[in-house]
Design a binder for this molecule. Structure first.
Ligand code: PFF
Length: 446
């Protein structure tokens, strides 16, 4: 890749591309279950605070580096570091990001594969007339079937790598234009239905009336990790997209729009899912199966339920697709920067991720009891360590690079917010975001 990359065709296309990266499993699958496991409203408050004080400013930092460097992440970092007279080793941050997204994509593809399975089941009307217990048992049975899971994991990864091999901008713009409005519409409909259920009031209280005694250093760390994960920040993945950002666009506005859209999706999904949880007397801390069990139950009650459920899983699949394309991009860009062709790089990344993904597949059956680290099995490890440690560490370093190292003129131009806007951003990153992330990491890990 060189300094004259293609650009996103419009400002809207850039916002949609970043929203496409941000909105995915993190909002609809991970947010509800992790909020459920960490006590509800208090967790939600922490997560929103982290989005504002950390996620957003660091997202800007990350995109600024890509926008100023106009190259693949490692090359942009190296180029800007050289310009600033700083160590070229800053390039390794791009490599660290690639390792992070590698781990994340390995489980992301497996869980997105669950959506494929559920889409097919919904189209077949498999949930019609089923009671909640049957639906829950059906999910358990699916998890225990590595062959079905491997098939879906393979299919999903193939879908992702094909688009990545073809080049990012072309493949993505059109898809995002259609997807986001539809996803919102369907979630609104679902939340509207939730408002008619018995569990709605309890769900709202549970989500919005915080009990701060539930907060521990570990809960704070989960919330911080999730803020990075949901915004797709900390792994240089958005840096890769920043390289395609048009010249005259205000980054704070674009990033703000993305964050609002992203948190909005999570809240709507949360309201819908927890209403079902409380209506059915289920446990909010049910874990990774939460969405896959509650939503089929909810839709089973609606008129035309099978149709709505099919549309929902289709939209979810598309949302995870645009996120996984973003996850794959930094790795492919890195290999390309080392001289590999785009097609070969996509194939190599695909095969590597597929193999490691098998560990997640088997974590629900054959390898369920293989717990090499702190009692975690392979799936637990790839879902927590990269998200809660690698993303914040990466984000912290990205922020430090943008706010302390990068040439000031370049940084200012890349933010596109004028002089005082720049000073505000720089002040927040230097004196709030970086110390906050460092403190939470230290407290959570001790
Ligand atoms: N933001 C995506 C989601 O919420 O599903 C996941 C993600 C994408 C995380 C890209 C990290 C990343 F670099």
């Amino acid at each position: 890749m060189n300094a004259t990359l293609e650009r996103w065709s419009t400002r809207r296309a850039f916002i949609l591309a970043v929203t496409g990266a941000a909105v995915g499993l993190g909002n609809i699958w991970r947010f509800p279950y992790i909020t459920g496991e960490n006590g509800g409203a208090a967790f939600l408050v922490l997560y929103v605070v982290f989005v504002l004080l950390l996620g957003l400013p660091v997202m800007m930092a990350e995109i600024m580096i890509g926008r100023a460097g106009r190259r693949a992440p490692m090359q942009s970092l190296g180029h800007l570091a050289a310009q600033a007279g700083a160590s070229r080793h800053w390039r390794l941050l791009g490599l660290f990001g690639a390792v992070t997204v590698f781990c994340i994509l390995s489980f992301y593809s497996v869980v997105s594969g669950w959506s494929i399975e559920f889409l097919v089941m919904a189209i077949n009307g498999d949930f019609v007339g089923r009671d909640p217990t049957e639906i829950a048992t059906g999910f358990e049975a699916f998890l225990g079937d590595p062959r079905r899971m491997t098939f879906n994991h393979t299919l999903f990864l193939f879908m992702t790598m094909t688009v990545v091999a073809a080049g990012v901008a072309k493949g993505l713009e059109r898809l995002n234009n259609l997807l986001m409005p539809l996803l919102y519409l369907l979630l609104l409909l679902l939340a509207g239905y939730a408002a008619t259920t018995d569990g709605f009031a309890t769900a709202l209280a549970w989500l919005f009336r915080p009990d701060f005694s539930a907060i521990t250093p570990l809960v704070v760390m989960h919330a911080m990790g999730h803020a990075f994960f949901t915004l797709a920040v900390g792994a240089c993945a958005l840096m890769a997209y920043g390289a395609y950002m048009p010249e005259h666009q205000s980054l704070p506005r674009a990033a703000g729009a993305v964050a609002v859209l992203d948190v909005g999706v999570a809240l709507l999904a949360g309201i819908a899912i927890f209403s079902v949880v409380f209506t059915q007397g289920m446990d909010p801390g049910e874990g990774p199966g939460l969405m896959f069990v509650t939503l089929p139950i909810a839709f089973a009650e609606l008129p035309w339920g099978a149709l709505w459920l099919s549309v929902f899983f289709l939209l979810l699949l598309l949302a995870t697709w645009t996120s996984s394309i973003n996850l794959a991009e930094p790795m492919v860009a890195t290999l390309q920067g080392w001289g590999m062709s785009r097609g070969k790089a996509a194939a190599a990344v695909g095969i590597g991720v597929w193999l490691v993904g098998l560990l997640s597949v088997l974590s629900f059956s054959t390898l369920a009891e293989w717990r090499p680290l702190f009692g975690m099995n392979a799936f637990d490890m790839v879902t927590t360590i990269p998200t809660e440690i690698f993303l914040p560490v990466g984000g912290l370093l990205i922020a430090a690079f943008a706010a302390w190292i990068m040439p000031r003129g370049e940084a200012r131009a890349a933010l596109g917010a004028g002089g005082s806007g720049f000073l505000l951003w720089q002040g927040v990153v230097r004196w709030i975001s970086i110390p906050l992330a460092a403190m939470v990491l230290i407290a959570g890990l001790l």
